[in-house]
Write a protein that binds this ligand. Structure first.
Ligand SMILES: NC(=O)c1ccc[n+]([C@@H]2O[C@H](COP(=O)([O-])OP(=O)(O)OC[C@H]3O[C@@H](n4cnc5c(N)ncnc54)[C@H](O)[C@@H]3O)[C@@H](O)[C@H]2O)c1
Length: 269
């Protein structure tokens, strides 16, 4: 048997939202950490640079290679600068993990229209902004892998229309980009996480809600950001070299049966 080599050795990755809000580990932080453990050089993007710096310190303590970069991914100029930073720092770009996103929780009858625009910009347009600058650079070195973080909330009813619409939009964007850029060697896939316990949702989950949420999965366990991160490692690596335009659901089986009561307690997002 040949010795197993690191799955992302020689590759350069950008992870957006690579810090974590609050205590604990978010999906972006876990993904960036696993990318570095698998040998990638990682640009850790966060609008709160202290959060990216925390992830950086942990990666460096493990002997990994990464850099923190402050950018708001809703700004086209900052996304351009981010991609140029990755090239200047590491000479190429192979992987883009578009992780930034947030929920809002106002029904259509109540939502402030500026809030609607802000969620669509943060969750969906941001992925267009990073990708439009990343793709030409990936093409220069033969291609790359783009991973867009959607949600199982993007394909079912919930009390958060802006979140649902934006996450469904992420799936549409993924399919469209996969079609447009496949011939250029760019693979584009989405991950749809289910009830994952991260700082994004932890603050609004009581122990009771958390237990209920866990029970909605077929495995009767809660997802962790590492489950999302390992899915991203697979989609970033050459192991998935013939996979593009797919949505990889990471939800403990919670979306495959109709167990859910229509409740905002289920996802917590
Ligand atoms: N937790 C869940 O149950 C769950 C389920 C499905 C999908 N998701 C998705 O996972 C992603 C959340 O990932 P996370 O756990 O890393 O989130 P997080 O809330 O921990 O945020 C990560 C970082 O993103 C940064 N950020 C926020 N806005 C930014 C911007 N405009 N530009 C740059 N950085 C910005 C924050 O400062 C934060 O440090 C979202 O897309 C979310 O929709 C989560």
């Amino acid at each position: 048997m040949t010795e197993r080599r690191s799955r992302l050795e020689g590759k350069v990755a950008i992870v957006t939202g690579a810090g974590s809000r609050g205590e604990g580990v978010g999906n972006g932080k876990a993904t960036a950490t696993l990318f570095a453990q698998e040998g990638a050089k990682v640009v850790l993007v966060d609008m709160e640079i202290d959060r990216a710096a925390e992830t950086l310190a942990e990666i460096e303590a493990e002997g990994g290679t990464a850099s923190a970069f402050a950018a708001d991914v809703t700004s086209d100029d900052e996304c351009r600068e981010l991609v140029e930073f990755a090239i200047a720092q590491y000479g190429r770009l192979d992987i883009l993990d578009n992780n930034v996103g947030n929920s809002h929780r106002e029904r259509v009858t109540e939502i402030d229209l500026d809030d609607w625009d802000n969620i669509m910009t943060l969750n969906l347009k941001s992925m267009v902004l990073t990708s439009r600058h990343a793709i030409p650079r990936m093409i220069e070195t033969g291609g790359g892998s783009i991973i867009n973080i959607s949600s199982i909330s993007g394909v079912r009813a919930g009390k958060d229309p802006a979140y649902t619409a934006s996450k469904a939009g992420v799936i549409g964007l993924t399919i469209s980009m996969a079609g447009d850029h496949g011939r250029e060697g760019i693979r584009v896939n989405a991950i749809a996480p289910g009830p994952v316990y991260t700082p994004m949702v932890a603050w609004r989950l009581s122990e009771e809600k958390r237990a209920y949420r866990k029970n909605t999965t077929m495995l009767r366990t809660e997802g962790t950001p590492w489950d999302v991160g390992w899915a991203a490692v697979f989609l970033a690596s050459d192991e998935s070299k013939w996979i593009t335009g797919t949505v990889l659901t990471v939800d403990g089986g919670s979306s495959m049966v109709s167990r859910h009561v229509y409740s905002d307690d289920v996802m917590g997002v």
